[in-house]
Design a protein around this ligand. Structure first.
Ligand code: CA
Length: 245
């Protein structure tokens, strides 16, 4: 059986939490406790500020109160998800009845905790959400607004889901594994089609054409005489994420 210290050791020291809560005593209590647990903690008193802060890319998890003075927490959550954010959100509320809980989860909350709650339980739920997020990140490839999920075989471009065939998916995966690099036709033929020589079919060019139509014409650049390169829209390498093969 794991003891409390084993559980604590899972915390990634740099994880940044955002608390959106208007009650000063609860804020003070959460800030101190979560900082002591090794997290970076930010906080806002209002829903509008909380929504803006939650949209920052470096927020790893949001603890969101539902009852806020300006924008209700459910509305913060709805707008956050409508904007395409997948940041984990744990909802805190005094309204602990089933209807509110279902509504919170329907709006895109990842978890739900009714006040009064035990601080140890909040910490446990935060750890569980952050671990799941790390697992998911390891199964994704992403560059400049493109996200390819290796487990679900889904692709999103700036939040919009794309329908790709298996071959198109495999081709895009190669490009995302080598952001900013020029990939030759020969290399792609060998990797995607298992062919040692070009049978004269221009199959690579045809499939690059398919991807360009789905991703946008500027998405894959032709490098004359050398091959193709995924346009990252950034300096090579800065936006790529880890991957576990
Ligand atoms: Ca409140």
């Amino acid at each position: 059986m794991k003891n409390a210290l084993d559980e604590e050791s899972f915390i990634a020291p740099a994880s940044r939490l955002l608390i959106v809560e208007d009650e000063p005593q609860i804020v003070a209590f959460l800030r101190k406790g979560l900082r002591d647990a090794g997290y970076e903690v930010e906080h806002t008193h209002s829903g509008a500020e909380g929504l803006a802060a939650a949209r920052q890319v470096d927020v790893d998890l949001v603890v969101l109160d539902l009852c806020l003075p300006d924008l209700d927490g459910t509305e913060v959550l709805r707008r956050l998800r409508a904007g395409g954010s997948h940041v984990p959100v744990i909802v805190l509320t005094a309204r602990g009845d089933t209807a509110d809980r279902v509504q919170g989860l329907d709006q895109g909350a990842d978890d739900y905790l009714a006040k009064p709650f035990a601080f140890a339980e909040l910490k446990a739920r935060i750890r569980a959400r952050l671990r799941r997020r790390e697992d998911e990140a390891a199964m994704q490839l992403g560059v400049g607004g493109l996200v390819l999920d290796l487990r679900t075989r889904r692709v999103r471009a700036h939040g919009r889901e794309l329908e790709l065939t298996a071959r198109e998916f495999a081709l895009l995966e190669e490009f995302l594994r080598h952001p900013g690099e020029v990939l030759s036709r020969e290399w792609l033929l060998a990797r995607i089609w298992g062919l040692e020589f070009d049978p004269g079919s221009n199959v690579v060019d045809v499939y690059v054409g398919h991807l360009r139509r789905k991703l946008g014409e500027g998405s894959i650049q032709t490098v004359r005489g050398r091959g193709y390169r995924l346009s990252t829209g950034r300096r090579p390498g800065t936006a790529s994420q880890n991957v576990t093969p």
